[in-house]
Design a protein around this ligand. Structure first.
Ligand SMILES: [Fe+2]
Length: 303
């Protein structure tokens, strides 16, 4: 039976219907899921009951797993799984807590960057909305004037770990605090500002918020102004959507063509009504089952 779906409310995204990933991760089904994913950039599959191995195998359909840079917040014994959580145990946070509450592109600060993020909601706040916001960077690019497109096509952006808008360590709107060892491993990388998606070929504004800190050959104040202007444009309501997880939800977003930001959260202990825990896997490269352009493992600069 073909996989069915419906558009999510908001500017983009799709909800896949009537699919139990604990029973069906067949090649035929996953090809359809991936086709919907690449067309809609964000997909949600609600009401799942997955073993860790089932979530792991599902995430591998999207690309090559890459253990996250924040190695102290990975799941013990399962380095590919990063914990997203406000839960604190034994005096320390168990996952990314406040460090993603700003518009960003996951792991744009590495080369190659992430191609997709896959999450599974274990626990979510009860009785209060805590949506994650996402922005469509294909639509944001398409809506630019031809003059702006000509000006930015070909520009190369400097990325490194952090949030351009707030670099104060420990601030709730800064990127997650690094360990001393992680600070030594932060690198500068470069990615095109306008990319051609390796699967669909569509042009996307890439990584204009969060970890982008400069543009090659441009004075920093001009680069910051341009990146701010593009980020402000891309996160207008007509390009964005909001998704509020419930326990059992699986969600996946294409990191080449979206920005997102997590909700602000209060610290919690396990069992608190506002406790939040999601498992997250990051992948690089193209999904093994994607129908086209499988040979291109990284976003290409638009010509
Ligand atoms: Fe993120």
């Amino acid at each position: 039976m073909p996989v069915s779906f419906r558009p999510l409310p908001g500017a983009f995204g799709a909800e896949i219907l009537d699919l139990d990933l604990s029973r069906d991760q067949s090649e035929a089904t996953m090809r359809e899921v991936l086709s919907i994913f690449y067309e809609h950039q964000f997909i949600a599959i609600r009401g799942q009951k997955l073993q860790l191995s089932e979530f792991d195998s599902f995430s591998r359909c999207f690309g090559t797993q890459r253990p996250h840079f924040l190695d102290h917040l990975r799941m013990d014994g399962h380095p590919a799984i990063l914990m997203l959580s406000n839960i604190h145990e034994s005096g320390r946070q168990i996952g990314i807590y406040e460090g993603a509450c700003f518009w960003h592109t996951d792991v744009a600060y590495e080369d190659p960057p992430n191609s997709a993020t896959i999450v599974y909601a274990i626990d979510t706040p009860k009785g209060e909305a805590a949506p994650t916001y996402l922005a469509d960077m294909f639509a944001a690019y398409d809506a630019l004037t031809e003059r702006t497109k000509r000006m930015i096509d070909g520009l190369i952006v400097l990325h490194h770990y952090g949030n351009r808008y707030d670099t104060k360590e420990g601030s709730p709107t800064a990127a997650e605090r690094l360990t001393e060892d992680q600070k030594q491993r932060v690198q500068n990388v470069h990615h095109p500002l306008v990319i051609r998606h390796p699967v669909t070929g569509r042009r996307s504004l890439y990584g204009v918020a969060g970890s982008s800190f400069g543009i090659v050959g441009m004075p920093d104040d001009e680069a910051f102004d341009l990146l701010h202007e593009l980020a402000e444009h891309a996160t207008k309501p007509e390009f964005t959507t909001a998704y509020d997880y419930a326990p059992g939800d699986v969600a996946c977003w294409d990191t080449y063509s979206t920005l997102h930001k997590a909700p602000g959260q209060k610290a919690a202990v396990r069992g608190d009504p506002h406790a939040r825990l999601l498992w997250r896997v990051s992948v690089t490269g193209t999904a093994p089952l994607a129908a086209s352009r499988q040979d291109q493992l990284a976003p290409q600069a638009a010509e």
